[in-house]
Structures are given as C-alpha cells and as structure tokens.
Design a protein. Sequence first.
Length: 73
Amino acid sequence: MKILIEVIGISLVLAGLIFTAQSKELLGPQSSFMYSNPSWTINGFMIIIAGIIILILGIILRIIFRYKLKHKK
C-alpha cells in the first residue's frame, strides 16, 4: 500500500513534467492539443505539485510504519 502511494506520486510528477514540456513546445507533436497551450503549463504544474504531495505522504507513511514495527511490544 505504501509503495503504491509512492508509485502514484512519481507517476503524477512524471505526467506533469510531460504535460508542461508539451505546453512549452519542448516535447510532442505539433498536432497535440497540449502543444503550445499555456493552460497546460498551469495544469502540468498543478499535477506536479499533487504528485509531490502524494509522494511525501507515502514516504511519511513508510517511516511511521517502520517506527511502529521497531517499537512494537
């Protein structure tokens, strides 16, 4: 479960980077609706931020779980 949360976070960060790159004309075909579209720059940044938050949550959950295992009586 914890690793799944981290994988989802990483996937969102990568998707956000791709969307942002397409909106800045760095990646993708010119026929794409995201290509050179400023609204996808904002969307890409929001997806990156959401991915980072989810990734941090996964890391915190993993740390808490390990701490509970070490101090279990």
